[in-house]
Structure formats: C-alpha cells, structure tokens
Design a protein around this ligand. Structure first.
Ligand code: ZN
Length: 429
C-alpha cells in the first residue's frame, strides 16, 4: 500500500501505522466501555467524498482564522476596557477536562467543556456553530409557517455609503439616543404609520432580521435582510405595491437618521418560496468554502469586490494592514449588537426555544456521546501548538475513533511532526 511506503520513507514508527490500522478497522465493532456498539466511524472502506474534504478544510480554516482574530484583538482597545473574550476562546475549561463528543447522526466530533467566547461577529469558530443552529431555527419557522398556508417575503434594506464613513456611525449607537444611523432608521421605519398599515394588510405574523456587514471599494456596507412571515397571496402586484410604499418610507427615515438617501435599489422584495435564499445570507453572506478564493480575488482586483469579516481576517493574516485595521474597527463597532433579531413573541408562537449566542456556541448535539476525554495536561500541550491542531483532533476523532484520538495526543506530546504524519495517513486510508 502506498501510504505504508510513504510512512517508512518519512521515518514514522511502524507502531504508529499499526495503531492507525487497528483503530480504523476496529472502529465499527468497537465495544469499549463508553462507546455505543452501533456507532460506525468513517473507516478505510468508505471513501471520502468532496463534501467531507471541504468540510474538513473549512474547519481547519476557522481555527486558523480564530488564531488571527485572537492575535489581532490583543492589540485592539475593547470599548468597555476589558479583554476580548475571543482571545481566550477554548483556552480554559470549566470541569476537570475537555471532552471530545461524537454525534453519529451527522458523523461529527466537537469539543465540550472548554469555555467559548460565543461571539457571532468576531470568532470564526463560535460563529459557525451559532449560525448553523440559527439556520435550523429559521428553517423550522419558515416550514411551520408555510405548512399552515402562510407566505413569506424576503426584504433587503440598504443605504448608500462612502469610503470615509465609520462603521459605528453607519450602524448608529443606541446608547447615545439611538436615533442616528441604521439603528435610528430602523426604529423610525418600524414605527412608521405607512409601514404599520402595510404590515397589517399583508397579514404579517412576524419577522426575522439579520444585520450583515461587508466592506468594498466604497467602504463599509451594513444592511438588513428580513424574512417577513405573511398571510396574503404570493401575488406580484402586492410585492410591487409593497416595494413602492417601503422604499418611500426607507428613503425618508434614512435621511432623518443622518444617512444618505437610498436609491431605487434601497428596498428589494421577493416572495420567498423556501428559506434557502434567506438562509444563505445569514452569517456574513458568503459560504466558508469560497471565502479564501474571494479574499484573494478581491486583493488582486484592488479590493473592488466586497469582503466579509472572515475575508478581511484572512487578508489580515496574510499581512494586509488595511484589512487588519478594518477588522479591528468591525470588532469595536459590532460589540453588543445583535446579528439576528426575531419579532417579539414569534419564537414562542412557533415553539422555538429562545437561546443566546453563547448558549448556542456551547450547544451539544442531542445524540452525541463522550468519545474521548482530554486530560488537562494534554489539552494544555495542544493549546501550545498552532490553532489548526485543534481541528485535527476532531478530524482524528471522526475518522479513527477514541483510540486514534488517544494515540494522536500521545504522539503530539512527544513529536508533533509524527503526529502530523499520523493524521495524514489516517485521512488518506
Ligand atoms: Zn469563540
């Protein structure tokens, strides 16, 4: 087998290979104490498809970006004079050890017991988890509403902006009166008589609002994506009329709030047959898979392409000082802002539990079980290595099971380069 030849050439010990082979082949019938016998880890007989490889790479990138975020934030003044929680995300644990949990239904491993920062804005690791669970909540709301015969509108609200605009000024600071910037515009918009009348005529039972922020050639572009759950026919005449009414109000309230007047594209309304278009906008617009490509393309094209926070972070990690500065400004301006807002009472009406971002970041998949326990000294040893090693522990858990995790951590302590080889072989077989 080619991987064996490569192992010997690279000097990895034979017993490493034996243990890899053992754990991979034994995993499906593993009957060790706390491991359910019906659990089947991805094994040598199953080929990895592109999706699995893409997910693994995306996770690796999230940890790399988390390191960049933590490094940058150490030097960014916190608006409340504290240390940024993301700097310490995953560094401490609440109990005696950190556990690797495994969820057979989705074939995924995750850490439990480590303290997380729960920031949907600046922590790539927490944000991915939070957004994933928020998407499930939104999809559930849309499905329940549609099953009851309801309709839904996808509403996008944007305003013009300039390279000189500060992000915090565009967003508006609610602590200082809250009537400036987008916060002010949104408050006026929501309370506007014409909007209220329209909302009533559409039979709107609730809404979900996401705030998204990108940065392009014209500076910061914060905007809103709303999902309106309505009770009227999905008639295009209704949509055109509603767009007209909302655009007039949006123009007026934007100017009243110190923003430039939106153009004809300031309000965009579409009937939402399924929630996928809306869901694709949650969590910084672009998918993880294309983030790196978009970021590098944007740099090549003189930053004409709009970038999200993760793309800025990626560029900052590659040495782009402007991107680093922009990310720092982003972190300060978004602190304390909610990324997703549900209309009051909507979650309760749909029997969806109301959970904070931090609760979601700590959420444990219901069918998961403790696959491995990482003792404190091993966890500390892992933390001394580059962040991406944390992702590799999870890769090992998913592909080799508990014995592989323990072998990997043993190796990691004595010889990280052999541990790297261990992972490479495990993922290749
Ligand atoms: Zn975090």
């Amino acid at each position: 087998m080619s991987h064996q030849d490569e192992t010997h050439q690279s000097g990895a010990p034979t017993n490493t290979l034996v243990s890899i082979t053992n754990c991979v082949h034994a995993s499906a019938s593993d009957t060790s104490s706390d491991t359910p016998t019906n659990c089947v880890y991805t094994s040598a007989s199953q080929s990895f498809d592109d999706e699995t490889a893409a997910k693994r790479e995306a996770r690796q990138r999230r940890y790399e970006l988390q390191r960049t975020a933590a490094t940058l934030l150490r030097d960014v003044p916190h608006p409340r004079g504290r240390e940024w929680r993301t700097v310490r995300c995953l560094l401490h644990f609440s109990g005696e050890a950190v556990a690797v949990r495994y969820s057979p239904s989705i074939a995924r491993a995750s850490f439990a017991g480590a303290c997380v920062c729960g920031s949907v804005w600046v922590c790539p690791v927490c944000s991915a988890r939070i957004c994933e669970l928020r998407r499930i909540e939104i999809a559930a709301a849309h499905t329940v509403h549609a099953a009851a015969g309801g309709s839904a509108l996808f509403v996008t609200l944007t305003t013009p902006h300039d390279i000189s605009d500060e992000l915090s000024a565009l967003l508006g600071n609610r602590r200082k009166g809250g009537l400036r910037g987008l916060a002010g515009a949104m408050k006026r918009f929501r309370n506007d008589r014409q909007v209220k009348k329209l909302v009533e005529s559409l039979g709107r039972v609730g809404f979900i609002r996401a705030t998204e922020i990108t940065r392009g050639a014209n500076g910061w572009h914060p905007h809103f994506h709303e999902l309106w759950l309505t009770d009227c026919p999905q008639d295009d005449r209704i949509r055109v009329h509603a767009t007209e009414v909302l655009l007039n109000v949006w123009k007026r309230v934007s100017v009243m709030s110190g923003l430039d007047e939106p153009n004809a594209r300031g309000v965009d309304l579409r009937w939402s047959w399924d929630a996928s278009e809306y869901l694709s906008k949650i969590g910084h617009e672009q998918t993880w898979g294309s983030a790196r490509e978009l970021a590098s393309a944007a740099t090549k094209r003189g930053r004409k392409t709009s970038r999200n926070a993760w793309q800025l972070l990626r560029a900052a990690g590659d040495g782009d000082r402007d991107a680093a500065e922009a990310f720092s400004e982003f972190a300060q301006a978004t602190l304390g802002q909610r990324q997703l807002v549900w209309a009051r009472g909507l979650k309760a009406a749909l029997a969806i539990e109301d959970r904070t971002d931090e609760e979601l970041a700590r959420h444990v998949d219901e069918d998961s079980f403790v696959m491995s326990v990482i003792p404190a000294n091993r966890w500390r040893a892992l933390l001394r290595l580059p962040y991406e090693w944390r992702a590799q522990v999870l890769d090992v858990a998913e592909n080799g099971g508990p014995h592989a995790v323990s072998d990997f951590l043993d190796l990691l302590e004595v010889n990280p380069s052999q541990a790297r080889e261990f992972v490479r072989i495990l993922l290749e077989v």
